[in-house]
Design a binder for this molecule. Structure first.
Ligand code: NAP
Length: 284
């Protein structure tokens, strides 16, 4: 028998938010957003909806018809949702992907909170990237958000990716330099960078022994190392960086802050960030 939750009182005033994905059952967002609503005493609920790609237009019409207050989008809907909306933020437009829908008056707007979430996480860790040179490993969706964020923050970017064509395409958008994702090529650029961000899937469970090809001997002591992978939190990359006493930032901060920004877009209230962080309880 499920345990009754005295905090969850759904009634005729309850406001609805949620996430659309396919699949979606792995999503951490319902736990995080419902914890935030409870902590703020809001009569809101956040649900996960498994929406196959061909039903996305129906789901967005449903959101409009039912007055759903806010949605997150995850794979495979982040790009295909764009033509179904009334407007896009600059971040969503430049990154080419939407992870959050919110209402601006009667207009349904697509935003991408990954970029600002990443910057908030860096700054929370005491890193101010303005004016720095940053090496981005990867050229997928997360790398696009990070490149947008760092380029807006005034960084010089170097991008390395397994598939070089994708690195070149990303570099063209953000006026970045590229190099190869090999030990030899990275060894040449590492002495000149202030920080590096792993935006590849290397190190992610179950392949936890995989790691980007970094030769730590040429890395200055002041270099910071951020890994977006959050399963596990302490990746091999971060463990190796910490062993050399470099400053490290794990993937939890970005995950929490992209959700906190969505909460703020929907409710207009400051997000209870620590409650949201605790709700994730990611085991390492
Ligand atoms: P994606 O769009 O599928 O991109 C995957 C990236 O990883 C590509 O650059 C890909 O290179 C590279 N890659 C995959 N396997 C590789 C391998 N064996 N060797 C070298 N490169 C490899 O995925 P994404 O959405 O950008 O996510 C990337 C990572 O960031 C994931 O671990 C994800 O969980 C994490 N992430 C974290 C947050 C957060 O909030 N902390 C947010 C978003 C993503 P190719 O182009 O050559 O295929």
């Amino acid at each position: 028998m499920p345990k009754p939750d005295s905090n969850l009182l759904l009634d005729a005033s309850t406001q609805l938010a949620g996430v659309l994905g396919y699949p979606v059952r792995h999503s951490l967002s319902p736990a995080m957003q419902n914890a935030a609503f409870r902590a703020m005493g809001l009569n809101w609920v956040y649900l996960a909806f498994e929406v196959p790609p061909d039903r996305l237009p129906d789901a967005i019409r449903g959101m409009r018809g039912l007055g759903v207050r806010g949605l997150n989008l995850t794979i495979p809907h982040k790009e295909s949702v764009m033509p179904l909306l009334d407007g896009l933020t600059d971040a969503a437009l430049q990154i080419g992907a939407v992870n959050t829908l919110f209402w601006d008056g009667g207009r349904l707007i697509g935003d991408n909170t990954d970029a600002e979430g990443f910057l908030r996480a860096l700054r929370e860790a005491g890193i101010e990237p303005a004016g720095q040179t940053v090496l981005i490993l990867g050229a997928g969706g997360a790398a696009r958000a990070v490149a947008y964020a760092l380029s807006k923050a005034g960084c010089r970017l170097i991008i390395a990716n397994r598939t070089p064509e994708r690195a070149i395409a990303l570099a063209d958008t953000f006026e970045a330099q590229t190099t190869e994702l090999t030990r030899e090529s990275l060894r040449e650029v590492l002495p000149s960078v202030n920080g590096l961000v792993n935006c590849t899937a290397l190190g992610m469970s179950p392949d936890i022994d995989s790691t980007p090809p970094i030769d730590w001997r040429g890395v200055p002591d002041s270099t910071w190392v951020c890994d977006l992978v959050y399963r596990p939190l302490q990746t091999r990359l971060l463990r190796e960086a910490a062993a050399r006493r470099l400053k490290t930032v794990d993937g939890l901060g970005m995950l929490v802050h992209q959700g906190a920004l969505a909460f703020e877009r929907w409710t207009g209230l400051p997000a209870p960030v620590e409650v949201m962080r605790q709700s994730l309880r990611i085991s390492d």
